[in-house]
Design a protein around this ligand. Structure first.
Ligand SMILES: *Cc1c(COP(=O)(O)O)cnc(C)c1O
Length: 490
C-alpha cells in the first residue's frame, strides 16, 4: 500500500503507472487486416495506451472523483465566488433530451421552446435588474466584462469620440483590468478609502475627456456596498463616460436593489454564481450582460426576438436595425446554464430570490460578528455577502494566513479565499452564502476561534506542519510553479 494512503483514502497513481501491457477491458476479435487504407499514413508503432481491466479503470476514475472536494462534500467558504448549493432539479431539467440534445443549426421552427427559454431567462434578468436590454451570449463573468467594454467602445465610436482610459478601483477582481486592457483601453486605478470603498474625491479628480468609463464592483470585493454609488454614477456620466458595474456579487442584492436605479449602463451577471450552476473547475458558466437604453443599440448579436410568427434569431447587423458591437462566440450562449438559471429562478420565485439574498447577507454578518472577538475584521460595521478579515490577529504569532488556511483543512473545512482583495494585508475572505445552516456556521466559527486561540498561544510549529490529516502534506508551491511537471514520461 502506498505510503500516502490513509484509511480508505487511497493514493491514486496515474493510469499510465497502472499499465499492465496486454490487459484490456474487453475481449474483441482481431480486426481484419486492411492494407494501405490510409495511403501509407497508418500508425507504425503503438501509442502507449495503458492496459487495465475494466474494474481497475472504474476504480481509478471513481477514486479520482472522490478526491474532488466541492460544495457537495464540505462547506466551501470561498469569497468572491458564491459557492452555493445547486438544486438537483436544475440538473434534471438541463438533461431533458428536448433541451440537451438539440443543435444550434436546427431551423428555428424546430427549437421554438429553446428560443423561448432564452427569451424568458432574459426577461427575468431584465426584470430583476430593471435594465431594458441584455446580451445573452457571454460565456462567463470575464467574457461579460469584455462584452460590456466592446459595447462601450462601439458607443464611443458612434459618438466619434476617442476615449481610451478606464477607471478601475484597486480592490477590483483581476479580470476587470484584464478585460479593459484586452479591449484596448488603458487602466487607471482608483484608491480605496479607509472604509474599504471607492475614494470619491480621488475618482472625480481622475475624470476627464479621455475617460471611457468606470468599472465598479457592487457590493465590492471587500463585501461592502458602495454607498456613494449614485454620486459615482452621476460624476462618470457628467464627464461623458459610461458606468460598468461588475455584477459578480449580485447574489447579495437580488430582489433588493434594482440595478437600473443605481445609474448603471452595463453589468454582467454570473449565472453560475448567483443563479446556480456547479462551477469551480473552470466551467461551464454564463455571463449575460444587461444594458441601459444608451448602450442597447450596440449589444452584440445574436439576439432572440419574438413577433407574431414566433421566436427567431437575429444573426446579422443588417437584420437588427441597430449598431451591434460584434459577436462574442459561436451560437447563442451557454444554453445549459440558461436552463439551470431559469429553473432556479422559477422554482425560487421572486420572493424566494429576495429571501436568498437576504439570508446570504445575514449569514455573512453572523460570521463577521461571531468571529470579531478572535479574528480582526478589516472594516467597521456590517457587511454584505462576505466577511473580510486580515492577518492583524496573527501578528507576532509566526503564523501566516496561508498556515491558518492549511490548518483549516485538518478541521474539515475548505479554506476561505486568501490574500484577496489586495487592499488589506493577508486577507481572509469568507462567503457563506444562503445555503449553509446555522449549525454548519456554528461549527465553522468554533473551529476558527479555536485555531485563532491556538495560534496566539504559541503553536506556530503545528500550523507550519498542517495539514496532517490529508493524504498529501503541504506542497512545495514554489517548486510547483517554477518547475511544473506537466507530462508523464514512461
Ligand atoms: C468571479 C468574478 C469575476 C469573473 O467571473 P468569471 O465567471 O470567473 O469569469 C469578475 N469579478 C468578480 C468580482 C468576480 O467575483
Amino acid at each position: 500500500m502506498a505510503e500516502t494512503s490513509r484509511g480508505l483514502m487511497l493514493e491514486e497513481p496515474l493510469i499510465f503507472e497502472q499499465d499492465s501491457p496486454g490487459l484490456c477491458g474487453v475481449d474483441l476479435p482481431e480486426p481484419p487486416l486492411v492494407i494501405d487504407r490510409l495511403g501509407g499514413l497508418e500508425r507504425q508503432e503503438a501509442i502507449g495506451l495503458p492496459g487495465l481491466s475494466e474494474p481497475a479503470v472504474v476504480r481509478h476514475y471513481t477514486r479520482l472523483s472522490q478526491k474532488n472536494v466541492g460544495i457537495d462534500s464540505v462547506f466551501y467558504p470561498l469569497g468572491s465566488c458564491t459557492m452555493k448549493h445547486n438544486p438537483r432539479i436544475n440538473e434534471k431539467l438541463a438533461r431533458l433530451p428536448g433541451l440537451a440534445d438539440i443543435h444550434p443549426f436546427q431551423p428555428a421552427s424546430t427549437v421554438q421552446g429553446a428560443l423561448e427559454l432564452i427569451d424568458l431567462t432574459a426577461h427575468w434578468l431584465k426584470t430583476l435588474t430593471g435594465m431594458p436590454a441584455i446580451a445573452m451570449s457571454p460565456a462567463a463573468g470575464a467574457h461579460g466584462e469584455f462584452c460590456g467594454l466592446m459595447t462601450i467602445r462601439a458607443a464611443l465610436e458612434d459618438r466619434r469620440e476617442k476615449r481610451l482610459r478606464i477607471l478601475v478601483p484597486e480592490s477590483a477582481h483581476g479580470t476587470n483590468p484584464a478585460s479593459a486592457a484586452a479591449c484596448g483601453f488603458t487602466v487607471d486605478p482608483i484608491p480605496a478609502t479607509a472604509r474599504g470603498r471607492v475614494d470619491l474625491a480621488a475618482m472625480k479628480a481622475k475624470l476627464g475627456g479621455d475617460v471611457a468609463g468606470l468599472m465598479l464592483t457592487n457590493p465590492n470585493t471587500c463585501g461592502l456596498f458602495e454607498d456613494e454609488i449614485l454620486e459615482i454614477a452621476e460624476a462618470v456620466h457628467q464627464a461623458g463616460g459610461y458606468f460598468y458595474c461588475d455584477g459578480a456579487n449580485y447574489n447579495a442584492i437580488v430582489g433588493r436593489v434594482r440595478v437600473a436605479d443605481l445609474g448603471v449602463d452595463v453589468m454582467h451577471i454570473n449565472l453560475h454564481k448567483t443563479f446556480s450552476t456547479p462551477h469551480g473547475g473552470g466551467g461551464p458558466g454564463a455571463g449575460p450582460t444587461v444594458l441601459s437604453a444608451a448602450l442597447a443599440p450596440f449589444a452584440p448579436l445574436p439576439a432572440v426576438v419574438h413577433d407574431d410568427r414566433g421566436f427567431r434569431l437575429v444573426e446579422h447587423a443588417a437584420q437588427s436595425g441597430a449598431k451591434p458591437c460584434g459577436r462574442l462566440k459561436g451560437y447563442h450562449g451557454q444554453f445549459g446554464v440558461f436552463v439551470r438559471a431559469l429553473a432556479y429562478m422559477m422554482s425560487m420565485g421572486a420572493d424566494g430570490l429576495r429571501q436568498a439574498s437576504s439570508d446570504a447577507v445575514l449569514s455573512a454578518n453572523y460570521l463577521l460578528a461571531e468571529l470579531a472577538s478572535e479574528l480582526t475584521p478589516s472594516f467597521a460595521g456590517p457587511c454584505m455577502h462576505e466577511a473580510l478579515f486580515d492577518d492583524r490577529f496573527l501578528k507576532d504569532t509566526g503564523v501566516t494566513t496561508l498556515d491558518f488556511a492549511k490548518a483549516m483543512i485538518d478541521e474539515g473545512f475548505h479554506p476561505m479565499t486568501m490574500y484577496f482583495p489586495l487592499v488589506v494585508h493577508g486577507a481572509l475572505l469568507m462567503e457563506p452564502t444562503e445555503t449553509e445552516s446555522k449549525d454548519t456556521l456554528d461549527r465553522f466559527i468554533a473551529s476558527l476561534r479555536g485555531l485563532a486561540r491556538r495560534a496566539k498561544g504559541g503553536a506556530a510549529a503545528s500550523f507550519k506542519a498542517a495539514p496532517v490529516h490529508t493524504p498529501r502534506r503541504r506542497l512545495d508551491e514554489t517548486a510547483a510553479a517554477r518547475t511544473p511537471v506537466l507530462r508523464w514520461r514512461r
